[in-house]
Ligand binder design. Structure first.
Ligand SMILES: Cc1cc2nc3c(=O)[nH]c(=O)nc-3n(C[C@H](O)[C@H](O)[C@H](O)COP(=O)(O)OP(=O)(O)OC[C@H]3O[C@@H](n4cnc5c(N)ncnc54)[C@H](O)[C@@H]3O)c2cc1C
Ligand SMILES: Cc1cc2nc3c(=O)[nH]c(=O)nc-3n(C[C@H](O)[C@H](O)[C@H](O)COP(=O)(O)O)c2cc1C
Length: 457
């Protein structure tokens, strides 16, 4: 290599290393800030007068409101403890005198994942909670038959258990601002502070549709697209692997659609993996049709990021990971793989990807990247399960069963499981397989420890 080219190469390496360092330091600073923020809201040890703020949240909105509620109470000098419902046991609840619950509802009237233990263990039978005073905020969407189904089940259980409500439960459909204001009013009354302007929901910002690529021509399944979006000029966006975006589309600005982010901030852009939905009348899905077909390149896309606590790495950064998904579920897994790759291959623990699609010839999304991660050791083990490449149909849950012994070994060595993709087709089957392999109690323990996380839809 000639001297100028060598110098240029060295300069490039130096710039790249400086960039990685800057990203690492900025992330470390943010983690420290978040930790000190949380610490400031925590009561002293043994403080039984602190308000318990319990949330049941799948995609992060209830969790975000729980922290906003805690901050508002903290401003008025009121001590709080913020916990997901699964972190609350019978003993804790029996000793709690004041609580605020914020719940969302999933599936068809079901509790979110981080409330499933509470629903299964505590709500199975009536409790004795005569000294508990509570307020309840139920989030849902009135277009579902079982509107606020889990919130209503929790309300019925609290009532049957003798707990006393502080005010009428607040019911919110689709993030309705007026109903949220009612909750905010109650919180400020408890805090003894006057009502302040509405808690700011993050605003939608105009992102730019920067790139779009059809990933699976000739596939037996619906067309799937890789999409890239640029932040508005002059703005920097911040998110973590596992987070979601919400997008408003011209045809239906009332109902945002959620998508799992497939990239990390170091990529400089938000990447999405979107499957084209098709209605029975042949028309394209409102949001997926617009993003993958109707919107021209450079179109402005109203987007906001949503922290997805349930699917972030949190305490699992130093653990081995078993990443399981199908279809567009690769999006959420890819962001975690990218984060692992960035944090120096080889020095992080093991990562195992088990991914399902139809045919290797058409549906092996991001093949080069995945094979490169395998070569670099970012991926310790890769199981691509193509359901239609053999006579019998095979799915990720079948592969899990075949590898039962290995799954048990990884879990015994403290691995965490991340599942992303379809709820009915895949996640339910994976849960069943995991329960057979590990046993119900161990799966419950994994949920409790934050070692079994899902982004499923
Ligand atoms: C947490 C989460 C993460 C997600 N991540 C992803 C992701 O990474 N990638 C991805 O592709 N998707 C993802 N989704 C799904 C995504 O949010 C959308 O639901 C999906 O793109 C379909 O939206 P749409 O507007 O295109 O379809 P819609 O137009 O809303 O249609 C959806 C369905 O509604 C019915 N329907 C609506 N209108 C009509 C009509 N006029 N006639 C007949 N039937 C109708 C049909 O059953 C149709 O199949 C995620 C969802 C959640 C909740
Ligand atoms: C796949 C899915 C299923 C849902 N099912 C219901 C439901 O059965 N009943 C309901 O009221 N809301 C339902 N919702 C709406 C959510 O409860 C609502 O969007 C809530 O604000 C989400 O809060 P979270 O981000 O804290 O999970 C559903 C949403 C999704 C994406």
């Amino acid at each position: 290599m000639t001297t100028p080219r060598l110098l240029a190469a060295l300069l490039l390496v130096a710039v790249y290393s400086a960039m990685c360092m800057a990203i690492y330091l900025s992330q470390r600073r943010k983690r420290k800030l978040a930790a000190s923020d949380a610490a400031a809201l925590l009561p002293g040890a043994g403080d039984t007068t602190a308000w318990l703020i319990g949330y049941a949240s799948q995609t992060g909105f209830a969790e975000q409101l729980a922290w906003q509620t805690a901050r508002a109470l903290h401003t008025g000098g009121v001590a709080t403890r913020v916990l997901s419902l699964s972190e609350i046991d019978a003993e804790t609840l029996a000793h709690t005198e004041r609580a605020l619950f914020i719940t969302s509802t999933y599936g068809e009237g079901d509790p979110p994942d981080n409330a499933s233990l509470f629903a299964d263990e505590l709500m199975r039978s009536v409790a004795t909670l005569p000294s508990l005073h509570y307020g309840l905020l139920m989030l849902g969407d009135s277009s579902y038959t079982r509107f606020c189904g889990f919130g209503r089940a929790l309300l019925a259980w609290l009532q049957a258990s003798g707990a006393r409500s502080l005010f009428e439960a607040v019911v919110v459909s689709n993030e309705d601002a007026a109903a949220l204001h009612v909750w905010q009013h109650h919180v400020h009354r408890i805090a003894g502070t006057s009502d302040v302007p509405d808690w700011q929901a993050p605003a939608y910002r105009p992102w730019r549709l920067a790139a779009r690529r059809h990933l699976n021509p000739h596939s037996a399944g619906a067309p799937t697209f890789h999409i890239e979006l640029d932040a508005p000029v002059g703005e920097t966006a911040d998110w973590q692997a596992g987070d979601l975006v919400q997008i408003l589309v011209p045809g239906d600005r009332e109902h945002p659609r959620e998508y799992s982010v497939a990239s990390i901030p170091a990529d400089g852009r938000i990447h999405l993996l979107i499957r084209q939905e098709r209605h029975v009348d042949g028309t394209l899905g409102v949001a997926s049709g617009w993003l993958t077909h109707h919107a021209p390149l450079d179109a402005s896309v109203d987007l906001r990021l949503r922290a997805h606590g349930n699917f972030r790495i949190d305490g699992n950064a130093q653990r081995s990971l078993i990443l399981i998904g199908n279809g567009t579920g690769l999006a959420g897994l890819r962001s975690h793989l990218k984060a692992r790759a960035l944090n120096a291959a080889g020095t992080v623990p093991h990562t195992w990807l088990i991914f399902g699609e139809r045919n290797a010839a058409h549906d092996f999304y991001y093949r080069e990247e995945i094979e490169r991660w395998q070569e670099q050791g970012v991926l310790t083990r890769l199981d691509m399960v193509f359901s239609r490449d053999q006579n019998t149909r095979l799915y990720v849950q079948d592969r899990l069963r075949e590898c039962a012994e290995l799954v048990r070994e990884w879990i015994a060595q403290d691995a965490a499981i991340y599942v992303c993709g379809s709820l009915d087709g895949m996640a339910a089957g994976v849960e069943k397989a995991l329960t057979e392999i590990l046993g119900e109690a161990d799966v419950a323990e994994l949920i409790k420890q934050g070692r079994y996380r899902r982004d499923v839809y």
